[in-house]
Design a protein around this ligand. Structure first.
Ligand SMILES: C[S@@+](CC[C@H](N)C(=O)[O-])C[C@H]1O[C@@H](n2cnc3c(N)ncnc32)[C@H](O)[C@@H]1O
Length: 323
């Protein structure tokens, strides 16, 4: 095993202050980008969410990868370099890496904005002898560009985008993202894309509003992070976690609802953010798909769907898309 870590010259989080300012001072719906959930506390809470009985998504993704990893890699040419967008802990990824390592030594590039997640992922791979881990602490596309530039002549690139993280983009942005990924790939390269499918409303809602309050803590940690890093004055007890299903857009939305009229000062920004009672900050989208929609979306952006595996317990599709 070989592990290298390549960080970006520009700090990944340089935009945090600007995005908080823009998101909290806009007229109309206040918004904070979900990528800021994943500091050390948030990455830890996300790992706990993945173990919750109500959050079937990760287990479905993992079942598919465990059962079908050999089939998945058998459909790829050799040799293969793997790059993963937002790897998180890499726990599910190991099934793919192990299957590939049975036929060749593998270079694996986890791409992460969370140093905590990247460290976990590197640890996860540390007992696989035939893998070289070269992680990129960078945003998705910067990392993918760097990973693609390092591959040698004749190596094909397998990009992993697991866990239905694509659902955090709204549909047009998700398509633009697919098209940008496609632009960095060559014929014969592949994208393994995890997509959570539409299911009954109570099941979807419970997955984002568990009774233990772990998802609520994950959501509220965004305000706690602003308090820690930007000298924010949020009183967390005065905000409530809210998950709702937006039928028109087929997505779960997470918000933070102000329990009363209040003004919050963010010291480092010299910003006073006013909130009306029940006003919300929109913090995350998780779009839900149909299996056919994913195939069409892939085709519109230059990919052919080679195969699709659907979990029977928790509707979730793993899609192998080939350039
Ligand atoms: C929903 S989690 C999914 C983690 C893992 N892929 C899984 O399936 O469990 C999203 C991960 O992507 C990372 N992430 C979010 N936005 C990112 C960005 N713009 N660039 C790179 N990583 C990002 C987060 O730090 C987090 O670990």
């Amino acid at each position: 095993m070989r592990i290298e870590r390549l960080s970006t010259a520009v700090p990944v989080m340089a935009g945090f202050a600007e995005d908080v300012r823009a998101g909290l001072s806009r007229a109309g719906q206040k918004e904070l980008p979900s990528k800021y959930f994943y500091d050390e506390v948030g990455s830890g809470l996300f790992e706990v969410i993945c173990t919750l009985p109500q959050y079937g998504l990760t287990r479905a993704d993992e079942r598919i990868l465990r059962r079908h990893a050999v089939d998945i890699v058998s459909r790829l040419p050799s040799p293969v370099v793997v790059a993963e967008l937002g790897s998180g802990s890499g726990r599910k990824t190991r099934f793919i890496i192990e299957a590939l390592c049975r036929r060749q030594p593998v270079t694996y590039h986890p791409i992460e904005i969370s140093p905590t997640a990247l460290e976990r992922c590197e640890r996860e791979m540390s007992d696989i002898a035939a893998v070289s881990v070269v992680g990129f602490e960078r945003p998705y596309l910067d990392g993918l560009l760097a990973a693609a530039a390092r591959r040698r002549e004749g190596e094909c690139l397998l990009v992993l985008f697991l866990g239905s993280t694509i659902g955090n983009f709204d549909r047009p942005a998700g398509e633009r993202f697919l098209s940008q990924v496609r632009g960095m790939l060559r014929p014969g390269d592949a994208l393994l894309l995890g997509t959570d499918l539409v299911k009954s409303r109570p099941v979807m809602l419970a997955a984002y509003d568990d009774e233990l309050g772990v998802t609520a803590a994950f959501n509220l940690n965004l305000l706690a992070r602003i308090n820690r890093e930007l000298d924010g004055g949020f009183d967390l007890a005065q905000f409530a976690h809210l998950a709702l299903f937006n039928e028109t857009e087929r997505r779960i939305e997470m918000h933070l609802r102000s329990r009363m009229a209040q003004t919050v000062r963010i010291g480092a920004l010299g910003l006073e953010a006013p909130f009306a009672e029940d006003e919300t900050i929109w913090t995350e989208n998780s779009h839900k798909y149909t299996a056919e929609e994913v195939v069409e979306m892939a085709a519109r952006n230059g990919f052919r769907c080679e195969a699709q595996w659907i979990d029977q317990e928790w509707p979730f599709a793993q899609n192998l898309l080939i350039v």
